[in-house]
Design a protein around this ligand. Structure first.
Ligand code: FE2
Ligand code: FE2
Length: 250
């Protein structure tokens, strides 16, 4: 097949898949746009759904993941250009940080970029826990809290951006304050603090970044499962599967 024949075949396959399956959004993604107290109606009898089945796997509108997806595949196929993560990791690398800090910076906001924003430190840590050093996932969970607390010793001040985003009068919730008390004297405090230090300067739109400097660091610091992320029966496999197949009916 020529390249254009192959492109045509792919497009036909996509439209066939879309003709056959109905992708469905989780209630979480529509709550607020929809009143969650109202019954969640799935109009399976609607005429536009005639002859179709609900999607139970890949969503035909998304780029297909390889059968054994790696962390890099998720970066390339389920996130935007991941500029913020790559910039943070680049800062850490240039500052001469330990490799595990560079790794932590590279994935610290992975939940914001491809999964769930609220409590992103907690979601991100849970996603990564089976595959990275305990210190790295601990620090990712903790960075969410530490970003709200300045630390002169590391030259870290409360982000201007947060004043702009959340208002000058925004105050963190009690659970964040409690968490701060728990982690401020922890043996891995510095690891989490360094994520925030490399994080704050990383919204520069002009800085060009690439995944290349981090491929070896990922290989050494991320235990890529042989079966592929999502198919390895780890405690967070289901989360990777949901990112891969976000509109699966059940
Ligand atoms: Fe973050
Ligand atoms: Fe960040």
């Amino acid at each position: 097949m020529t390249l254009s024949e192959r492109a045509d075949a792919l497009e036909k396959q996509l439209s066939d898949d879309l003709d056959r399956t109905i992708p469905v959004r989780a209630p979480l993604y529509t709550s607020g746009d929809r009143d969650p107290r109202q019954p969640l109606e799935i109009k399976s009898d609607a005429p536009e759904f005639a002859g179709k089945k609900f999607n139970m796997g890949h969503d035909a509108r998304l780029p297909k993941m390889p059968d054994k997806p790696t962390l890099t595949d998720f970066f390339e196929l389920r996130m935007g250009p991941a500029t913020h993560l790559l910039q943070s990791a680049t800062h850490a690398l240039k500052a001469g940080c330990d490799e595990k800090i560079v790794m932590a910076c590279l994935v610290h906001d992975i939940a914001v970029s491809m999964f769930i924003r609220g409590d992103h430190g907690y979601w991100g840590a849970q996603l990564l826990e089976p595959y990275v050093a305990e210190e790295v996932s601990w620090a990712i969970r903790a960075h969410q809290t530490l970003r709200f607390f300045p630390d002169e010793k590391y030259g870290y001040v409360y982000p201007e951006l947060y004043v702009k985003f959340f208002g000058a009068d925004y105050e963190v919730e009690p659970y964040i304050k409690r968490n701060y008390e728990k982690i401020r004297n922890h043996k891995w405090y510095e690891t989490a603090r360094l994520i925030t230090v490399n994080d704050i300067y990383s919204f520069d739109k002009t800085m060009s970044v690439s995944m290349d400097p981090f491929r070896d660091i990922i290989a050494r610091n991320f235990k890529q499962p042989e079966e592929g992320l999502g198919w390895d029966d780890s405690p967070s496999s289901h989360m990777w599967r949901t990112i891969n197949w976000p509109t699966r009916f059940l």
